[in-house]
Design a protein around this ligand. Structure first.
Ligand SMILES: NC(=O)c1ccc[n+]([C@@H]2O[C@H](COP(=O)([O-])OP(=O)(O)OC[C@H]3O[C@@H](n4cnc5c(N)ncnc54)[C@H](O)[C@@H]3O)[C@@H](O)[C@H]2O)c1
Length: 432
């Protein structure tokens, strides 16, 4: 099939590369000229494990090309994916202007039947808006499909190539058949494809993210309570997760969720509720708990260390989670902003996110290290923010030698209190 993917971010680029890998001819389009220039020269502008190699294979084979022009790449396309951003608008709702801009351009260039697929995360009713926009520009036939994406940054290739499930929302039999053919190579291992109406498909994505965010905020609230009453949330989590009705995943307390999805999707579904006369009290609480949780370590640091003016803090991990360079809404931002506002010094190390952090967030207001032990030199305390594998087993002997202070604030509960204490460190986790 001939596929055009509009938007070459985390979702569009991965989708385009994976469709090409399964044998389709794919054009990835983006308005960002510098991004397209990089992609054309073989450089992946984001960090996503395995993406670079797969992209190289498919550009070499000629199945994958990049362009800044949607108009040039409309005529041959059978399916056009809209995979542009849907950031949080000022009032908390999803900002659809990128999606509708693309829909208008599709309408202006329609030359025959096409399937237009919303892959961006969009509120219920967006497919109708896309349809209206295209119809206002063209009399040519087309169908709009909702096909939400469930990949996780850091495991995006694996998730896309071997999805847990695929959701296809459409009222058109013709579009559904085309989509089923497109995804056939991805479900050979038996993963289900759920075909449904457009609105239910749009809703499915928000309900999935809302459920995951709820699990995180719930456990973070329980961790705070454990902290207050002297219980150990790590022991509690294991025993609670053993209940097969609950399960073990997404029960890990920490410094709050971040990234480009959960924060905005929780707010967007809350807004959809309000617009429909249904206040979303759980969603409201999930968002609020998360905002407070991002400040958990700040409060802990103040309680333990008092005035931190002039103190030096080493930060391990900046990205919102491991295996990505994505800094959008990362808890590290809240923590570093707090430390700087108190007059503390910050030295940070992250395996992938330092360039983005320097360029878009802190410039030279903080120090960046060449490795984890580079930044702990003379530090009064170490703060673990993102649980990259390389931070999991700290070398306490080096920490003892290099650090000035003896405090570890573990924002992901990955260290053993007993081990830290055996080496003379004070250990502070999240509810343990
Ligand atoms: N990042 C994730 O893990 C993830 C997972 C599932 C779903 N989603 C959803 O997928 C969508 C895309 O997310 P992302 O993280 O890939 O976004 P992103 O910000 O990384 O990328 C969006 C891209 O769209 C491009 N763009 C904007 N307007 C354009 C236009 N008119 N024509 C061509 N390109 C245009 C931008 O230049 C940018 O490169 C969002 O709705 C998001 O909620 C994201």
């Amino acid at each position: 099939m001939r596929i055009t993917v509009v938007g070459t971010g985390y979702v569009g680029l991965v989708a385009g590369v994976c469709f090409a890998e399964s044998g389709h001819k794919v054009v990835c389009v983006d308005v960002d000229e510098s991004k397209i220039a990089k992609l054309k020269s073989g450089v992946v502008p984001i960090y996503e494990p395995g993406l670079s190699e797969l992209m190289q294979n498919n550009t070499n084979s000629g199945r994958l090309v990049f362009s800044t022009s949607l108009a040039d790449n409309m005529p041959e396309a059978e399916i056009i994916f809209i995979a542009v951003g849907t950031p949080m608008g000022a009032d908390g709702s999803a900002d659809l202007h990128y999606v509708l801009e693309v829909a208008a351009e599709i309408g202006e260039n329609l030359n025959g039947y096409k399937v237009v697929v919303d892959k961006s995360t969009v509120p219920v009713g967006t497919a109708d808006k896309v349809k209206k926009m295209i119809s206002s520009k063209s009399d040519m036939p087309f169908d709009v499909v909702s096909n939400p994406e469930f990949l996780k940054e850091g495991a995006a290739i694996q998730d896309f190539m071997k999805p847990d499930r695929i959701v296809i929302g459409t009222e058109s039999r013709r579009a559904e058949e085309l989509m089923l053919r497109l995804y056939d190579p991805f479900v050979r291992t038996g993963a289900p494809i759920y075909c449904m109406d457009v609105k239910s498909a749009e809703m499915t994505k928000y309900v999935s993210n809302a459920m995951l965010a709820t699990k995180i905020s719930f456990m973070n609230e329980m961790a705070r309570l454990s902290d207050a009453v002297g219980a150990d949330i790590t022991k509690v989590r294991k025993a609670v997760g053993a209940d097969s009705r609950i399960g073990t995943s997404f029960l890990f307390p920490g410094v709050g969720y971040g990234g480009s999805c959960f924060p905005k999707d929780v707010r967007a579904i809350e807004k959809t509720g309000v617009e429909n006369g249904l206040p979303m009290s759980i969603m409201n609480a999930v968002g609020e708990v998360n905002e407070n949780q991002k400040k958990f370590l700040n409060e802990k640091i103040s309680a333990v260390m008092g005035d931190i003016k002039g103190c030096k803090f080493a930060i391990w991990g900046l990205s919102f989670k491991p295996q990505t360079d994505d800094m959008r809404e990362a808890p590290s931002l809240t923590i570093i902003n707090f430390l700087l506002s108190q007059g503390a010094q910050v030295a940070a190390y992250d395996p992938q996110a330092m360039d983005v952090t320097r360029e878009h967030y802190f410039q030279d207001k903080i120090e960046y290290g060449a490795g984890p032990y580079d930044v702990v030199k003379d530090a009064d305390a170490l703060i673990l923010v993102t649980e990259w594998n390389e931070f999991r087993v700290p070398d306490y002997i080096d920490l003892e030698k290099l650090m000035k202070g003896r405090r570890i604030f573990d924002g992901r509960n990955i260290y053993l209190r007993s081990e830290a204490e055996d080496h003379g460190f004070e250990y502070y986790g999240v509810g343990c």
